[in-house]
Design a protein around this ligand. Sequence first.
Ligand SMILES: [Fe+2]
Length: 154
Amino acid sequence: MTTASARTDMATALNRAAATLDELRARAKDAHWNVSGTANFYSLHKLFDDVATEANALTDVVAERVRQLRHPVNVKLAGASHLRETDVFFAGRREARAYVRALGVDARDTQHLLSAIATEASATGDEATNALLSDAAARISKLEWMLRSSMEPL
Ligand SMILES: [Fe+2]
């Protein structure tokens, strides 16, 4: 990391990543609590909780990287989540397929955001942030695969 201004830009991007991961966690918990009416209820109930647990752990890692860059963490004011609006989590729906599909899209969007910020970090010479975000993107990618594979053949 070279300049203070590059560090500020990276902290802003990382706050956005933390906000996105936090929203992914909240949506996965919503699905975990509400899913019903499917023969594989228990495995989906558990998978959704795994998504929430991983997203929560990664939010922490990303937020602490912001602090290492000597900027404040502000997940809520970061504006922040990169995830698209969907009614799946707000309309009281409980269909397993709708949750799996929506969380799959959210996981993919999260992965793309993390990868894009990792590339930015690398371009500014911040290899520590690049490594951290690349690892986070790979973890989210695995969850996206698990979500996709839980309902449809690849
Ligand atoms: Fe639970």
